[in-house]
Write a protein that binds this ligand. Structure first.
Ligand code: ADP
Ligand code: MG
Length: 401
């Protein structure tokens, strides 16, 4: 069982919240504050419940202390975003480390309603090493542990897993709850039928485990993106210069097609393509009449017949989960397949619609469909591992008996 922040008593307690403040930076400027905004409901609730809030996150990939990756850059942004009234500021105290005597003193001085943001956890290599002594030091700062950082839940680090058993009480934050509710309950455990999964993106090899995990659960699996070409080639269809994974991946694709046949689950491949000889779309862009890609061309998006076929399947579904773009959507000429899947999902108001995966989420965001989905996962790698049916260390650590 997992408890949520609302289930706890926080008055006067030191509430350690593992957040995901791994925001993009340009110099000293936060260029996208989405992740900070997404953590606000949990932070505000902890404050309203009378907690002393201690926030911890990693930022970038430092190799030891690095002022360019200090969370102090985030503290300023958070101080602006935290108050419910725009223009107000809520003081965010910054600690210049995440462990040690200075931090302990700052935590002891903290009063209910105050916020302390710790320095970048990854300034210590012990964080990613999930070192026990370091975990205990972090745990010593907390009466209650809350995890709201789904994006790192697939990693067993000190702040996501190691420290948790050493804190008296633990719970998931609101963001984490939404991820578990949608990816876990509404997609993997209790999907409303018909359940359709759409997979795309660059490589079959990245998604094998997701395919294996979803095939027995879904009513249909639609495949687009570059990975479709490995499946097509495995069936002996000419794919020209399309991106294909050769060798054992072809055999693997053939095996997955067999599994689908055995389960009687349609594994639906593109029936036409948008092709071009150039990745940037210079030179003629053509629609193919069928599954065959001309020898000197690459398949860079699904074609119009495939779009219509996928749209129909999505329209009739009650649960739709999607990971991986249908084409090289970064180039406008090859973005239509991805857009049509997003549009079809957004229109189906009777269905639970869930997006997992970094590039797919970015595509949906960029195309303006994000707020029309039931859920867009905030974790790229974490959502993939979740869909693989794996137990994520950061979620497992929150389980109580
Ligand atoms: P996600 O991050 O959503 O899991 P992936 O990382 O697996 O998705 O794949 C995304 C990438 O796949 C994008 O950069 C996209 O351009 C690329 N891609 C999709 N279809 C094709 C294609 N037909 N040819 C080449 N690249 C493709
Ligand atoms: Mg990706």
């Amino acid at each position: 069982m997992i408890r949520y922040i609302d289930d706890l008593q926080l008055t006067g307690k030191r509430v350690f919240i593992r957040v995901d403040f791994n925001v993009p930076l340009e110099g000293r400027r936060v260029t996208d504050d989405t992740r900070i905004r997404e953590a606000l409901p949990t932070i505000r609730r902890a404050l309203e419940m009378g907690g002393k809030v201690i926030l911890a996150s990693h930022l970038g990939r430092p190799k030891g202390p690095d002022p360019k990756l200090s969370t102090v850059l985030v503290a300023e942004k958070l101080a602006e975003l935290l108050p419910r009234k725009p223009g107000d500021k809520h003081e965010v105290i910054h600690a210049d480390d995440c462990v040690g005597d200075n931090v302990k003193k700052q935590v002891n001085d903290l009063k209910a309603g105050q916020v302390l943001l710790l320095e970048n956890l990854r300034f210590h290599k012990e964080e990613e090493a999930n070192d026990e002594a370091f975990s205990r030091e972090l745990a010593a700062l907390a009466d209650v542990y809350v995890n709201d950082a789904f994006g790192t839940a697939h990693r067993a680090h000190a702040s996501t897993a190691g420290m948790v058993p050493f804190v008296k009480e633990k719970a998931a934050g609101f963001l984490m709850r939404k991820e578990i509710e949608y990816l876990g309950d509404k997609v993997l455990r209790n999907p409303q039928k018909p359940f359709v999964a759409i997979l795309g993106g660059s490589k079959v090899s990245d998604k094998i485990k997701v395919i294996e995990s979803l095939l027995p659960k879904v009513d249909a699996l639609l495949v687009g993106g570059a990975m479709a070409y490995t499946f097509l080639k495995a069936q002996g269809i000419e794919v020209g210069k399309s991106r294909v994974e050769e060798g054992d991946k072809l055999a693997l694709a053939a095996k997955l097609l067999d599994t689908a046949k055995r389960l009687k689950t349609p594994l639906v491949l593109p029936i036409d393509h948008i092709v071009c000889a150039d990745l940037e779309g210079k030179g003629p862009v053509k629609e193919t009449p069928d599954q065959v890609v001309p020898a000197d061309m690459m398949g860079l998006d699904i074609g119009p017949k495939t779009r219509a076929m996928f749209t129909q399947r999505i329209r009739d579904a009650k649960t739709v989960v999607w990971n991986g773009p249908m084409g090289l959507f970064e180039v406008a000429k090859f973005a239509e397949g991805t857009r049509s899947v997003a549009a079809a999902m957004s229109i189906n108001k009777d269905a639970i619609t869930v997006i997992g995966g970094g590039d797919s989420a970015a595509a949906v965001e960029q195309m303006g469909y994000a707020d029309k989905m039931s859920h867009v996962s905030t974790g790229g790698g974490a959502s993939l591992e979740f869909l693989e049916g794996r137990e994520l260390p950061g979620i497992k650590a929150l389980e109580t008996k």
